[in-house]
Design a binder for this molecule. Sequence first.
Ligand SMILES: N[C@@H](CCC[C@H](N)C(=O)O)C(=O)O
Length: 283
Amino acid sequence: MTQPRPHTPAADGLPFMKMHGLGNDFVVLDSRGQPARTTPALARALGDRHRGVGFDQLAEIRDGDGSDICLDFWNSDGTRAGACGNATRCVAAHVMGETGADTLSIRTARGLLQAATVDGVTWVNMGPPQLSWDEVPLAREMEVTALPLAGDPVAVGMGNPHCVFLVEDAEAVPVTETGPKIEHDPLFPERCNVEFAEARARDEIRMRVWERGTGVTLACGSGACATLVACVLRDATDRRVRMELDGGWLSLDWREDGVWMGGPTSLVFSATLSPAFLAEVEA
Ligand SMILES: N[C@@H](CCC[C@H](N)C(=O)O)C(=O)O
């Protein structure tokens, strides 16, 4: 009997999924059972919204390592990200849908995360915030709540660095002007994501974001978690809030075991990258 021919990306192309969580959009590669594929060049080429597919982040699923799955993240400029909350929720919803389970363990660069489906909503525990200067990281020893920057922001690590400004009116902030200046400030040796947060009530926040390696996005999950932490540290909100981002609403809850985040996820389509596209990237 003839054996089925194994799938080889060079001959058959490379399958991927396009997903989004509140308009924070992703290409997802499923590399379980095979070698990881992503390189900085592939991430940049795929992230090109004109010549590739386009995404804010690329997420690559790998076989579990003492966990159900492993997950790696890349920005559209080809750099790695240690955390991506919305992609984690999207992938968790997809994998739990495959298996019918309502919990999932996910190993990421920041450690082991837990996801759960509750009343049809996918939640992820993004872990406890990192609140010492060397964990964020900052360039030198200082309080994360006392940065020497105009606007008096708070630095928070969520497996990736965030700088959160508490503002009176988030709509009025020139995000595209201020975001890149803070992202590249020497205080952040690994650059940072920048959030502008307006506490509308003890249980409601409006947030807009500039993402490291990507720019303005409609939502940022790890940024939402960092924003909640900053608001609680400044006593602007309670630990359980709803948050409005440009792309929609998230629910957040800073518990003993970490910052939990729940909200919608969407699988937009599945398709295959052509062998010609892959050959051009590898050339
Ligand atoms: N959109 C993401 C965060 C992506 C990573 C970020 N740009 C970084 O480089 O740290 C999220 O939902 O958390």
